[in-house]
Design a protein around this ligand. Structure first.
Ligand code: URP
Ligand code: ZN
Ligand code: ZN
Length: 464
């Protein structure tokens, strides 16, 4: 067999096991995996000796150029996808959100336009249902157009995004009917609003500053909402995916529900695994405001266990970059902090360094949570998510121990700060291939913007 490229002699992680092997690539696809693959004079050879060779990472929770909290998130499809590629990410899924009177189709068109000509890696969108009465009859059309995952928010009334129980229940019924999946941001809006109102006084803001973010979002804000929407999934049979789960209590609820056979899956994000809410004691603590907020070390520990145990299926980032000048909009009032942080570039390095190198999860388990599970759950497998013959040749190659310091000035993200600033992390991609093309070489982005493709889908969830 003739190969355009052979990745030579790396420690290759495949669904059938991990071993030293070559990966042969023809066109955009993986054509062979095995020892000593034959190369012609025209074959490009990539030496992976002493390196891990894993499938390209899928970050299935990303917000690029998102209008939110009175500003627009600072990584767009150019900087965001370049950042991802440097961290071994070859596929991302963003959220297409309808603004003003937009239909679901218009929201998708708007997000297509953001990505067009800029994306370096492949992408698709979860379609957000923000006005259930109008949007419910548009869901089927979006499924026919190749979108199989939908999203509802249980908070963000002021953004015009909030869904009530009737909408969640009705949308889950439709998910059951179409074999599609509903992603839910689960937080309890009314009680959250009440806690915020009780604390929103000049005296308390002066005394506690950004610590009020932690004080107004106790764990039950998330767990009550997860419990409620899990009930709607249980009674409708509609597939449910809890996004950015941050609490031990939420993890327990998901585990118990899965045991009962409820079709619920959960993701967490890298920041919930390695950071905790003590950051709000820092002088720049307001930078770390995100939603849901960071929790306690015990929550992180339970989430790691959930990854190991299986109740947490995916690690993503919820990338929603706001720079220091945007975060400064808070002026001492924590309710005005744009919520979100950068993450695409550091997803794999943080997971590898703090998960695999600290023996919390194995390399194979990392690949499952960053690549194979997200691809399967989001309807992109077997095209994405595994090093297998016939799959897209999306590959990340990294050295097991070479570390780099997180320093925004030298990174691809448009962020001027990082939650992991100054951390030494292994797991940055030395080489990233996307559909057979080298887009990161020797840690530098070499791929051209606009080469990324939209990925149509026909299924979602483990039952899709
Ligand atoms: O703080 C966050 N997560 N910002 C993005 C919006 C969301 O809820 O995912
Ligand atoms: Zn959210
Ligand atoms: Zn999000």
């Amino acid at each position: 067999m003739r190969f355009d490229t052979v990745v030579r002699g790396g420690n290759v992680v495949t669904p059938r096991g991990t071993s030293v092997a070559d990966v042969g690539i023809s066109g955009e696809k993986i054509a062979a995996i095995g020892p000593d693959l034959e190369a012609s004079p025209a074959t490009k050879l990539i030496d992976a000796t002493g390196h891990h060779v894993i499938p390209g990472v899928l970050d299935v929770h990303v917000h690029l150029e998102l209008p939110f909290c009175g500003t627009v998130s600072a990584d767009d499809y150019r900087t965001g996808t370049r950042a991802g590629a440097r961290g071994g990410v070859t596929t991302l899924i963003d959220f297409a959100i309808p603004y003003a009177n937009d239909s679901l189709a218009q929201a998708a068109d708007n997000w297509m336009a953001k990505a067009e000509g800029k994306a370096l890696i492949d992408y698709t969108f979860h379609i957000c249902i923000t006005r259930y009465n109008e949007h419910r009859d548009q869901i089927k059309g979006m499924v026919d157009r190749g979108f199989t995952t939908f999203k509802e928010f249980m908070i963000y009334e002021s953004e015009g995004w909030q869904s009530d129980d009737r909408a969640l229940f009705g949308t889950l019924e439709k998910m059951k009917e179409y074999g599609t999946m509903l992603l839910v941001h689960a937080e309890s809006s009314r009680v959250l609003d009440e806690l915020i109102a009780r604390h929103h006084t000049p005296e308390l803001m002066k005394q506690y500053g950004a610590r009020l973010h932690r004080m107004t979002r106790p764990n039950f804000i998330e767990s009550e909402a997860i419990q409620r929407v899990v009930t709607w999934s249980e009674v409708t049979g509609g597939q449910l995916y809890i996004v950015h789960m941050s609490t031990a209590e939420g993890t327990e609820i998901v585990k118990a529900a899965q045991k009962r056979g409820v079709p619920v899956l959960a993701e967490t994000c890298a920041q919930y695994l390695v950071l905790d809410d003590s950051v709000f004691d820092r002088d720049d603590g307001h930078l770390f405001a995100c939603c849901p907020q960071l929790k306690k070390p015990a929550d992180s520990e339970r989430l790691w266990q959930g990854l190991k145990g299986g109740e947490v299926s995916v690690i993503s980032t919820d990338t929603c970059t706001f720079n220091r000048d945007q975060k400064a909009m808070w002026e001492g009032d924590w309710t005005k902090i744009p919520m979100g942080m950068p993450g695409l570039e550091t997803l794999m390095p943080v997971t590898y360094t703090h998960g695999v190198l600290k023996n919390r999860i194995s390399l194979d388990e990392m690949v499952m949570k960053l690549c194979t599970n997200p691809a399967k759950i989001m309807g992109l497998y077997p095209r994405k998510g595994a090093i297998e013959v016939g799959a897209d040749a999306d590959i990340a190659i990294f050295h097991p121990n070479t570390t780099m310091k997180v320093e925004c000035a030298t990174m691809e993200t448009n962020a001027d700060w990082s939650p992991f600033q100054g951390w030494d992390l292994a797991g940055f991609a030395r080489t990233t291939l996307s559909r057979g093309e080298v887009i990161v070489d020797d840690y530098a982005v070499v791929g051209k913007e606009g080469r990324g493709q939209w990925l149509p889908r026909t299924s979602a969830g483990l039952k899709g």
